[in-house]
Design a protein around this ligand. Structure first.
Ligand code: DQA
Length: 144
């Protein structure tokens, strides 16, 4: 089972970026956590990050026929991007939306998720552990 873990803008700055909201662990720590979980779950995980909306669209398109599931934190594009929604709908790959912070308790503009209608579940506010939960959920969903 091949999973794509896709991260949007500014997530490469984890650890440095607003640690009171996103924690002190770095992006490299996140990648290690994901690889550990992948080994435990017996799945393959490819981790990618981009600050560019079009590159994220390209990643989703290229995932077709390659990846069985996507763990997706679109970051700020969550709240703005019809293009990412359309890309997820186009490829139809089971996708779990992840947010490190609890977006439901933050600013009004974070209450909208454009990608949510194309996702099988959303995990928000569970810190970096949310990525691991999403991987577990996808494994369960894909082996059902
Ligand atoms: C985020 C929440 C978004 O609102 C924000 O723009 C991010 C990160 C999260 O993981 O909590 O960049 O997706």
């Amino acid at each position: 089972m091949n999973l794509l873990i896709l991260n949007g803008p500014n997530l490469n700055l984890l650890g440095l970026r607003e640690p009171a909201i996103y924690g002190r662990q770095s992006y490299a720590d996140l990648v290690l956590m994901i690889q550990d979980a992948a080994a435990r779950l017996g799945v393959s995980a490819t981790v990618r990050q981009s600050n560019h909306e079009g590159t994220l669209v390209d990643e989703i398109q290229a995932a077709y026929g390659v990846f069985d599931g996507i763990v997706f934190n679109p970051a700020a594009y969550t709240h703005t991007s019809v293009a990412l929604l359309d890309a997820l709908k186009a490829v139809g790959i089971p996708t779990v939306e992840v947010h490190i912070s609890d977006v439901s308790k933050r600013e009004d503009f974070r209450q909208v998720s454009f990608v949510r209608p194309a996702c099988i579940a959303t995990i928000a506010g569970h810190g970096l552990g949310g990525y691991i939960e999403a991987m577990e959920l996808l494994k369960e969903h894909l082996t059902r």
